[in-house]
Design a protein around this ligand. Structure first.
Ligand SMILES: NC(=O)c1ccc[n+]([C@@H]2O[C@H](COP(=O)([O-])OP(=O)(O)OC[C@H]3O[C@@H](n4cnc5c(N)ncnc54)[C@H](OP(=O)(O)O)[C@@H]3O)[C@@H](O)[C@H]2O)c1
Length: 296
């Protein structure tokens, strides 16, 4: 599996496995989570994406139960997690409204919760989950720097940020932001043209693409993109999801797809995406169909 430099001493696998849906699985036992992680590790997929809020603040503990039962497993992984969304659920069930909290106190508390829930002593990458319209960038930037200085967090990034949100936060930080995790897929490709990917590409940074199969919508859709995916999949001897992921990974900026299936056989097939030839014309064939019209 190809690896990508995130910082000078941190690399991620090119394909990342996301655990947003881990609590939706009928089986959340440590052994079943272990089986999913093993299916990733067998392909060299070592980077796991989490967030404090996933599963109503339960997903980190589901992973944690597995890590606690399997000593040494954590050291084979890079763990990404996120904070700043406070929703009336779980530990925040008293919240009167869903909101974002980028205060220093909330960031410090969230880091402690994540470490405890997952039973780890370090988070490899901490992301601010959503841009906070009430952010005091000086306070947030200092809190994120402090998290790195404490040794509890190795690197800092953001998610769903616009370039101006990024530059505001970065202006108040010593630590360099390393990624923006944003929605990119054949069903949501606006980031390729609205400046979000270009902003990272200019800086030599990799976007992390959430919902790379449109949360499954792409695989359930009918019509043109699906027909072309199907034809390319047949030609390459892989499934359609592999073609959709190959399309994302072919982008010159080096996008990291964050996959979300709970189905082990689908996890086992992730690296089929590397078998799909995706030259410029094939890329535009899929893009044209995703747009619904030829490019101007
Ligand atoms: N930063 C953010 O704001 C943000 C937002 C959303 C997600 N994320 C991250 O991105 C990750 C992926 O998101 P996602 O789960 O929406 O990604 P996805 O890979 O686009 O979608 C996964 C969903 O598609 C379904 N699916 C249907 N056909 C499939 C096929 N052939 N292959 C694979 N999956 C198929 C899966 O069902 P089965 O499980 O039944 O296979 C699953 O429900 C999350 O786990 C999370 O880590 C981040």
């Amino acid at each position: 599996m190809e690896r990508v430099n995130i910082t000078s001493d941190l690399t991620f696998s090119r394909i990342v496995y996301g655990m947003w849906r881990v609590g939706d699985d009928a089986d959340t036992s440590p052994s079943h989570v272990r089986a999913k992680i093993d299916a990733c590790l067998e392909q060299g997929i070592t980077t796991i994406d989490q967030a404090d809020i996933y599963g109503g603040y339960t997903a980190e503990a589901i992973l944690g139960a597995c890590l606690k039962e399997n000593k040494g497993l954590r050291d084979q992984l890079e763990i990404v997690t996120k904070c700043d969304i406070v929703a009336p659920a779980g530990r925040y069930s008293n919240a009167r409204v869903k909101y974002y909290d980028t205060s220093a106190a909330h960031i410090a508390k969230s880091v402690e919760y994540s470490l405890t829930e997952m039973g780890v002593d370090r988070i490899d990458l901490l992301l601010i989950h959503r841009p906070d319209p009430f952010m005091n960038h000086h306070e947030t930037g200092r809190a994120l720097d402090d998290a790195v200085k404490s040794g509890k967090v190795r690197a800092i990034g953001v998610s769903n940020f616009k370039p101006w949100d990024w530059t505001l936060l970065q202006s108040a930080m010593e630590t360099k932001l390393v990624t923006n995790q944003i929605e990119i897929s054949l069903t949501a490709h606006h980031a390729l043209t609205n400046g979000d990917v270009a902003f990272l590409q200019e800086r030599g940074l990799h976007a992390m693409a959430w919902s790379p199969l449109g949360g499954g919508d792409l695989m359930r859709s009918t019509g043109e993109p699906r027909a072309t995916l199907s034809r390319m999949a047949m030609a390459a001897g892989v499934d359609e999801a592999a073609v959709a992921i190959a399309w994302l990974m072919a982008h010159p900026s080096g996008i990291l797809p964050v996959m979300g299936t709970n189905t082990i056989s689908r996890i086992e097939d992730f690296s089929n995406a590397f078998k799909v030839p995706m030259d410029r014309e094939a890329w535009f064939e899929l893009y044209t169909q995703a747009l619904g019209h030829e490019v101007a």
